[in-house]
Design a protein around this ligand. Structure first.
Ligand code: PLP
Length: 412
């Protein structure tokens, strides 16, 4: 086990050199997007400075170099996720696009009137709205696994949902609001026993914990590069080879074809069948140093570090009157580095503004999980801190100082 030394890590991230009114940046919003290490920024700059060219086309040296760098990053990602082959990874813009690709391609082909789709009450809009749209188009039925009082998935509700023989189970690996980590391996096994296809939303798991797709066994897995030290505008959809091969393309154009005649065409092999047009080349290239940075630290160590910070923060918040937190207890090792909270009677946007006076960045709102926040937590909005490799206990102490200032200003 390597200890995560956040002070050393911060030195690799240029943004932490900045000061606001003399105060260092305490960044507690990595669930929204992570900061970028110098290695990622340099890789992008190196591409544009030294071998900028379009990929998959040119035979000249810099075009070949760019193609190799872009495709190599998929190979790195396949190893990182325990996928069998890099050909099972489609590069897209983000998790949202990955899930929409499944809905528009696999969903259009395989979901019919009266079919059931099972998701949970803790989904981010990106694993919810595509299924609402698909269910409406197909007259399919959307069922929900309930969130229990302990902020975990209600097991009885999961079993009930599976009894309806859903065609698809789409579930988040880790909640961006509650911090809950779902046992997606066991859910996948149960869903497969019922003949369902399983999609896992990995936006909050790939950056923060070991993920082995061969072990989980899911059919699809979606992630965003920008939440795992990589650039914005690059994400990945993993799909099992035979499923991706059977799926029709959704976007047509250059690069995704094999042959084109005036009235017909045939498709390229996977994954390029789904990557029409010029790709986000800098994004792909930037993913290699991002993944290497995470691998060097070790995903087990990263997870352990975040759990330790979460425990420390929850203990500190429990001592403060009128502060409520929303998420599972820390007893089962299924609570990652996300804490949603409120200070009774204070709007979360006011909390976030006061935090900003301390140069502490947190998020306030419904966190793109409106049904969860408004109907299950019964709040119009909540404040959220989320942790990553560059955070430490000093950052949490600073957040606690800011909460005490909120309480002083609002007399709570
Ligand atoms: C659990 C979860 N799923 C999906 C997404 C969507 O990610 P993106 O906006 O990068 O598509 C997020 C973003 O916060 C998320 O937390």
């Amino acid at each position: 086990m390597v200890n995560i030394d956040s002070e050393e890590i911060k030195k690799d991230f240029p943004i932490f050199e900045s000061r606001k009114d003399g105060q260092r940046l305490v960044y507690l919003d990595s669930a929204a997007t992570s900061q970028k290490p110098r290695a990622v920024i340099n890789a992008i700059s190196d591409y544009y400075s030294n071998y900028n060219a379009n990929i998959h086309r040119g035979v000249y040296q810099i075009a070949e170099r760019a193609t190799e760098a872009y495709e190599n990053s998929k190979k790195e990602m396949a190893k990182f996720l325990g996928a069998e082959s890099y050909e099972e990874l489609v590069y897209v813009r983000n998790t949202t696009e990955a899930i929409n690709l499944v809905a528009l391609s696999w969903g259009e082909k395989n979901i019919s009137e009266g079919d059931h789709i099972l998701i949970s009450e803790m989904e981010h809009h990106s694993n919810l709205v595509p299924w609402i749209l698909l269910a409406k188009r197909k007259k399919a039925v959307l069922d929900y696994i309930k969130v229990g009082e302990d902020y975990r998935l209600d097991q009885e509700s999961l079993e009930n949902g599976l009894e309806k023989n859903p065609k698809l189970v789409a579930i988040t690996h880790a909640s961006n609001v509650l911090g809950t980590i779902n046992d997606v391996k066991s859910i996948t096994k149960k869903a497969h026993d019922k003949g369902a296809v399983v999609l896992v939303d990995g936006a909050q798991s790939a950056p923060h914990m070991p993920v082995n797709l061969s072990d989980i066994g899911c059919d699809f897995y979606a992630l965003s590069g920008h939440k795992m030290l990589g650039p914005t505008g690059i994400g990945a959809l993993y799909g099992k080879r035979e499923i991706l091969e059977a799926m029709p393309p959704v976007i047509g154009g250059g690069d995704m074809i094999e042959t084109v005649e005036f009235y017909s065409c045939t498709w390229n092999r996977i994954p390029w069948k789904f990557e029409a047009g010029t790709s986000n080349i800098e994004g792909g290239i930037g993913m290699t140093p991002a993944i290497q940075y995470l691998q060097k630290l070790g995903m087990e160590n990263i997870f352990k570090h975040e759990v330790e910070l979460t425990k420390y923060a929850l203990d500190a918040l429990a001592e403060i009157k009128n502060v409520e937190t929303y998420g599972p207890d820390m007893k089962k090792n299924d609570h990652g580095g996300v804490i949603s909270f409120s200070v009774n009677g204070v709007h979360p946007h006011d909390i976030a503004s006061i935090f900003d006076n301390y140069n502490v960045a947190i998020r306030a709102g419904h966190h793109c999980a409106m049904p969860l926040v408004t109907q299950i937590l019964r709040q119009s909005a909540v404040a959220r801190m989320s942790f990553y490799i560059y955070n430490n206990k000093d950052d949490i102490d600073k957040a606690v100082e800011a909460i005490n200032e909120v309480k002083r200003i609002f007399k709570k």
